[in-house]
Design a protein around this ligand. Structure first.
Ligand SMILES: Nc1ncnc2c1ncn2[C@@H]1O[C@H](COP(=O)(O)OP(=O)(O)OP(=O)(O)O)[C@@H](O)[C@H]1O
Ligand SMILES: [Mg+2]
Length: 248
C-alpha cells in the first residue's frame, strides 16, 4: 500500500464530534451492546475492531437510532434524539452499511442522486457529485450502468460515494473491505484516508485489523458487546498485541 495511507495527526484531545455514554442496544430481549462509552474527536479516524458477532454493526445501528437502545449519544455537545434515524441523519451522521445498501436495479447516477435527496441547492449538488467522481473515477465511467451489475469494489465505491453526496459531518463505515480483493480494498481505504486528512471524522468498523490500524488515530476493541480495550495503533506492533486484548 502506498505511504500516503498514513494516519492523520490525532485530534483526540479536541472536543468530540460524537460520543456515547452507557450506550446499550437489544434485539428483543437479547442485549447485543452493553454500556459502551466511545468518543470520536473532530477530524479523527477511529477504528472499531472485533470478531464476528462482537456487536460492531449493532454499535453503528445504535449510534443512528436504528435499533432499540438506551444510554446517551452526543453530537457536537448536544444529546441526539434516540430511535429517530431521520433526525440523526439530518445532523450529517451518515452510514455506509454492511452489504453496502445500494439500489442494484438503479443506475450509478440515480444512486448518487438518492444520497443527496435532502439537498435542494443545485450548485452544491453538482459540487458534491464532481467531488465523488473525482475521488472515484471508475464511477464516472459507469454513470449509466445498473449498479447491481458492477464489481463488488465498484459497488463499495458507489456506497461511499452515495454517502458523501449526503454531505456527512461524520462517516460511519461497516466493514467496507468485506468480500473485496486486497488491491481494491487498498484503493478504497486510501480514499478514506484522504477524506480523513481533509478533516472528515470517520468511524471504521473492520474485521481486517491490519488495514484499519494503518489508518486509525485510535482503536476500540469490541468483544461480546463490550469495549474490551482502547488502543493507540502505534502501540500495536504485532498481531500478538491485538490477540492479547481480544482474548484477555
Ligand atoms: N436483527 C437481529 N436480531 C437478533 N439478533 C441480532 C440481530 N442482529 C444482530 N444480532 C445479534 O447481535 C449480536 C451482535 O451482532 P452484530 O451484527 O452487531 O455483530 P458484528 O460484530 O457486526 O459481527 P460481524 O463481524 O459478523 O458483522 C450477535 O449475537 C447477533 O447474533
Ligand atoms: Mg457486522
Amino acid at each position: 500500500m502506498s505511504p500516503s495511507v498514513a494516519a492523520a495527526p490525532t485530534t483526540a484531545a479536541s472536543s468530540p464530534i460524537l460520543s456515547t455514554t452507557g450506550l446499550s442496544a437489544s434485539y428483543g430481549h437479547a442485549r447485543a451492546l452493553h454500556e459502551v462509552d466511545i468518543r470520536v474527536g473532530e477530524g479523527e479516524l477511529v477504528a472499531v475492531l472485533g470478531p464476528n458477532g462482537a456487536g460492531k454493526s449493532t454499535l453503528l445501528r445504535a449510534l443512528l437510532g436504528l435499533v432499540a437502545n438506551s444510554g446517551e449519544v452526543r453530537f457536537r455537545g448536544a444529546s441526539l434524539p434516540r430511535q429517530n434515524a431521520v433526525a440523526v441523519a439530518s445532523r450529517g451522521i451518515v452510514l455506509v452499511p454492511e452489504g453496502r445498501g445500494i439500489f442494484g436495479p438503479m443506475s450509478v447516477a440515480d444512486n448518487l442522486e438518492l444520497g443527496a435527496y435532502r439537498l435542494h441547492d443545485k450548485a452544491e449538488f453538482a459540487r458534491r457529485r464532481e467531488r465523488v467522481l473525482t475521488l472515484f473515477p471508475r464511477l464516472k465511467e459507469r454513470l449509466g450502468q445498473v449498479a447491481g451489475s458492477m464489481s463488488g469494489g465498484e459497488q463499495q465505491m458507489l456506497a461511499i460515494g452515495r454517502a458523501l453526496m449526503a454531505g456527512p459531518q461524520i462517516l460511519l463505515l461497516d466493514e467496507p473491505s468485506l468480500g473485496l480483493a486486497p488491491r481494491v480494498t487498498g484503493e478504497i481505504l486510501e480514499t478514506l484516508g484522504l477524506l480523513n486528512r481533509e478533516g472528515l471524522a470517520i468511524v471504521l468498523v473492520e474485521q481486517k485489523a491490519p488495514l484499519a490500524l494503518k489508518l486509525a488515530n485510535r482503536v476500540y476493541l469490541l468483544s461480546l458487546g463490550r469495549i474490551a480495550a482502547e488502543l493507540d495503533p502505534r502501540d500495536i506492533t504485532s498481531h500478538d498485541d491485538l490477540a492479547q486484548h481480544y482474548f484477555a
